[in-house]
Design a protein around this ligand. Structure first.
Ligand code: 5AD
Ligand code: SF4
Length: 453
């Protein structure tokens, strides 16, 4: 019987959390997780489909693994977002891949692995309206950082942004019960974790109703728990646990949520608020459900209610039909907000999405690249400026690990999620320290310890 499994991970924080779920399911069924590929009988690849490049990386990895397959007996399984799409790469499918399991079918993994041992090729990529892995506590052996952890609060997405494959790869949005979420936080808290990040494709549309949480448009408002309630419940119950959340959607983020962030010290003052474009015309084509002015109003409200809050974003450049004026609108919006940080992407035309079916990917690559460079350069200036603002301030930092550049330095983060490095004394990972900020680059703050918290 095959025993040892190894996971290759691509993609977002959701996949990291799902790996913990997978490990939990398989280890309960007598499989062993190994972190050395040469000891594995089963190699699971948790995949991402968001951009073409992510899929190409997986395909290249599969070609490499196929060479490994010729030297010894291994089984290869494709998991995650590419599961429903991998069959497009029909030529490599049969010879290299032994099984394909979508994000809602991980409970089936033990049975599937048994059946492939009988030489059966297996595919289960059905999406579910209910699966939230509620009763499975994610295994923490995958993540050897014992300080910060993820807690998924919802799965899937109903937003249907026209460029995005997520609604097709991860299915309908469903929220996990607050009881289960709190239990998960409690377990992490009791085992010494200092920070949790609540995860959802769109945390602001989190909604739990006792009657039927799927029917989120027909519910009893008094009994329903929305994201602001959930956030407050967790912040109150674990008042020295740092709480982060991702991702917020400008269309759904409420003033109520902002007030809760303000009210509780342990909720980090950092919001990741993808804008995607600064042009009204493009936002409409993207089906983002907010316009430039509404986004700016939300930014103004964040600044008014939580002045110390850091804000980051996602931007897609070169979306179908984007002209220079749209691009300039995006740059101008960035100049208005002066974001602390950003994730910037060139548009990737994804088969199956609305934009793929209905719009033309007509911005030449060279133009996409130039616009992306302009965005990156502007962001670098802004990040530098924002970080410079911390010089001579004292930041409360949670130590997360040893700096990669110099083992005599720790790295950690402040509430605003800025990366801070400073010289080690006698601290431990997981300690809070107060750091006086002395210098900065466009990505890092450098400081020194002034006293223990
Ligand atoms: N092309 C480029 N970027 C994309 N994203 C989502 N779909 C695409 C696409 N087709 C980006 C969005 C999203 C982030 C997770 O990935 O900015 O917020
Ligand atoms: Fe994709 Fe839009 Fe949902 Fe984000 S909100 S996962 S971009 S469909």
């Amino acid at each position: 019987m095959v025993k040892n499994f190894y996971i290759i991970n691509y993609g977002c924080q959701m996949n990291v959390y799902d790996n913990e779920i997978i490990i939990s399911i398989l280890t309960k069924n007598n499989y062993s997780y190994v972190n050395d590929i040469s000891k594995a009988d089963i190699i699971l690849i948790n995949t991402c489909s968001i951009r073409e490049k992510a899929e190409i990386t997986v395909i290249n990895k599969l070609i490499y693994l196929n060479s490994l397959k010729r030297t010894r007996k291994i089984y290869i399984g494709i998991l995650g977002c590419m599961a429903r799409r991998i069959q497009r790469f029909i030529k490599i499918k049969k010879s290299i891949i032994d099984f394909i399991v979508g994000p809602d079918n991980y409970r089936e993994l033990p049975n599937i692995i048994k059946s492939i041992e009988d030489n059966r090729y297996f595919v289960n990529v059905l999406l579910s309206n209910e699966e939230t892995y509620s009763n499975i506590f994610p295994s923490k052996i995958y993540n050897n950082n014992k300080v910060t952890s993820y807690v998924t609060i919802s799965r899937g997405c109903d937003n249907m942004c026209t460029f995005c494959v997520v609604p097709f790869t991860r299915g309908r949005e469903r929220s996990k019960s607050p009881k289960v979420i709190i239990k998960e936080c409690e377990k992490l808290y009791n085992s010494g974790y200092k920070e949790i990040t609540l995860l959802g494709q769109n945390v602001d549309s989190y909604l739990w109703t006792p009657e039927n949480y799927i029917k989120k448009y027909i519910y009893n408002k008094k009994k329903a728990i929305d994201f602001s309630c959930l956030l407050e419940m967790i912040a109150k119950k674990f008042n020295d646990l740092r709480i982060r959340f991702s991702t917020s959607n400008p269309h759904d983020m409420s003033i109520k949520v902002l007030k809760i962030i303000k009210k509780y010290n342990n909720i980090c003052k950092y919001i990741h608020l993808p804008v995607q474009s600064g042009s009204n015309r493009i936002l409409k084509l993207m089906n983002r459900k907010y316009n430039r002015l509404e986004y700016i109003n939300l930014i103004d409200n964040i600044r008014k209610i939580i002045p110390e809050c850091a804000i980051s974003y996602d931007i897609i450049t070169g979306f179908c039909t984007e002209i220079e004026k749209d691009h300039i609108d995006t740059l101008n919006l960035m100049k208005y907000v002066v974001y602390d940080f950003g994730y910037m992407f060139m548009y990737s035309h994804r088969e199956g999405t609305y934009s793929y079916r209905n719009l033309k990917d007509n911005v030449p690559l060279i133009v996409k690249k130039r616009r992306l460079n302009e965005i990156i350069n502007l962001q670098r200036e802004h990040s530098y400026k924002r970080l410079k603002g911390y010089i001579n301030t004292v930041q409360n930092v949670l130590i997360e690990g040893i700096s990669k550049k110099d083992k005599n330095y720790w790295y950690g983060r402040n509430s605003q999620n800025s990366l801070i490095v400073f010289k080690k004394n006698n601290e431990n990972i997981g300690d809070y320290v107060n750091i006086k900020i002395l210098k900065n680059t466009s990505a890092t703050l450098i400081g020194e310890i002034i006293k223990y918290y």
